[in-house]
Write a protein that binds this ligand. Structure first.
Ligand SMILES: C[S@@+](CC[C@H](N)C(=O)[O-])C[C@H]1O[C@@H](n2cnc3c(N)ncnc32)[C@H](O)[C@@H]1O
Length: 228
């Protein structure tokens, strides 16, 4: 397990310079204009839900990557603390946003423990990389990191067929996928596609008042609270 999680960090570090092509559906992720329009309109549904909320003083973003969502979080938060294990991801995020609202911490989320509580916790396309056996401990760490009444929001992938490249991602069975970078390097990572109703139950069992919703094809997202 430790090797797999380390491999996952190495994969995202190596992928950092080409990561945004996935979200913006460019290069080998381009599946044509109709696909891209649909993807963008569904991303907009999630963004609107995220932004449609009162300002938060302190936001914690777990696994911010290149900053696709950090860019949104600085619109609704006074301060964002961004935790990622990859220095390459952090460097790109920092250079893109150049925002004094964001504090970056390079850390492994599987060993990290909150030193304070935040008004909101956000993670994008991260929960699907948390191994099933570590989900409960991860959700406890999120619960501890949130102040009572604080907001939890996340977004992730809905459908294994639709969300990645057309041919190169290979499902290896169970929670494992093989990913291939543009230069041909191969990595084995965790990727879990959750059923929204089941995940809602798991989150509620972990203490959150929350519901996991789906956009028509591509994303699942959840917006809820840690009860007071
Ligand atoms: C799929 S990307 C998501 C990036 C961003 N949230 C987004 O939606 O575009 C996963 C991120 O998790 C980070 N990551 C992988 N393993 C990690 C770990 N053990 N601790 C902290 N971050 C990790 C990677 O460096 C990468 O930035």
């Amino acid at each position: 397990m430790t090797d797999l999680l380390q491999h996952q960090i190495e994969y995202y570090s190596a992928r950092a310079p080409e990561y945004d092509r996935w979200f913006y559906r460019q290069g080998r992720y381009d599946r044509g204009p109709a696909f891209k329009r649909q993807w963008e309109s569904e991303a907009q549904i999630v963004r609107e839900q995220l932004l449609n909320a009162p300002r938060q003083a302190q936001i914690l973003e777990m696994a911010p990557g290149t900053g696709i969502w950090t860019e949104q979080l600085i619109r609704i938060g006074d301060q964002v603390t961004a935790l990622d294990a990859s220095p390459e991801m952090i460097a790109i995020n920092k250079a893109k946003l150049a925002s004094d609202k964001v504090t970056y911490i390079q850390t492994d989320l599987f060993t990290w423990q909150a030193q304070r509580q935040y008004d909101m916790v956000f993670f994008g396309f991260w929960l699907s990389h948390v191994p099933g056996e570590k989900l409960s401990a991860f959700l406890s760490a999120v619960y501890e990191a949130l102040a009572p009444g604080g907001r939890l929001f996340f977004v992730d992938s809905q459908d294994r067929e639709l969300s990645h490249t057309r041919t190169e991602t290979e499902n290896l069975g169970g929670e494992l996928q093989q990913r291939v970078l543009s230069d041909g390097r191969r990595y084995e990572i965790v990727k879990i596609y959750y059923d929204p109703a089941q995940l809602t139950g798991t989150l509620r069992d972990s203490g959150f008042e929350i519901e996991v919703l789906s956009t028509p094809k591509f994303f699942i997202y959840a917006d809820g609270v840690k009860p007071i």
